[in-house]
Structures are given as C-alpha cells and as structure tokens.
Design a binder for this molecule. Structure first.
Ligand code: SF4
Length: 71
C-alpha cells in the first residue's frame, strides 16, 4: 500500500511495484517486482523522492528492511 501511494498518491495495491505472494506448495513467500506502466504498475524507483523506501519504512513485521550502506 505504501508503494502504491508513492507512485499514485492513493492506496490501491494494484498499482504497487512490489507484490508479496504466499506459495502454499513451497511453504514460502515470494516477492514479485512489477514493471508495467500501461497497467499503472510502475517499476520500483527506490522511492527516489523519499528519505527511505516506503515499503521498508512501513513494513510492520520488519520483513522488508533498508540498509543505506548496501545496495
Ligand atoms: S522502494 Fe519504493 S518504489 Fe520500490 S518497491 Fe519499495 S515502496 Fe515501491
């Protein structure tokens, strides 16, 4: 939701660059990065105008983190 807001100033998970899906068969989570501007799925721009990536900043469980020293 934070990613969608970053791109379009409204909350709509369908416009987020990032999607997290649960793979029931593998018992794992998958992170999908989208890039389809025609469908308003913009590529991740690393939150270029923010102090830190919003997906990490607002990840309540800490699953997504940001290391300003790393890439
Ligand atoms: S860094 Fe920003 S643009 Fe990239 S996935 Fe996270 S919230 Fe979206």
């Amino acid at each position: 939701m934070a990613c969608a807001y970053h791109h379009s100033d409204y909350f709509n998970r369908k416009t987020s660059s990032i999607q997290i899906k649960r793979n029931e068969k593998k018992g794992k989570f998958e992170i999908i990065l989208h890039n389809d501007p025609i469908e308003e799925r913009f590529a991740c721009d690393k939150c270029i105008n923010e102090k830190e990536p919003l997906c990490a900043k607002f990840c309540l469980k800490g699953a997504i983190t940001y290391d300003p020293e790393g890439e």
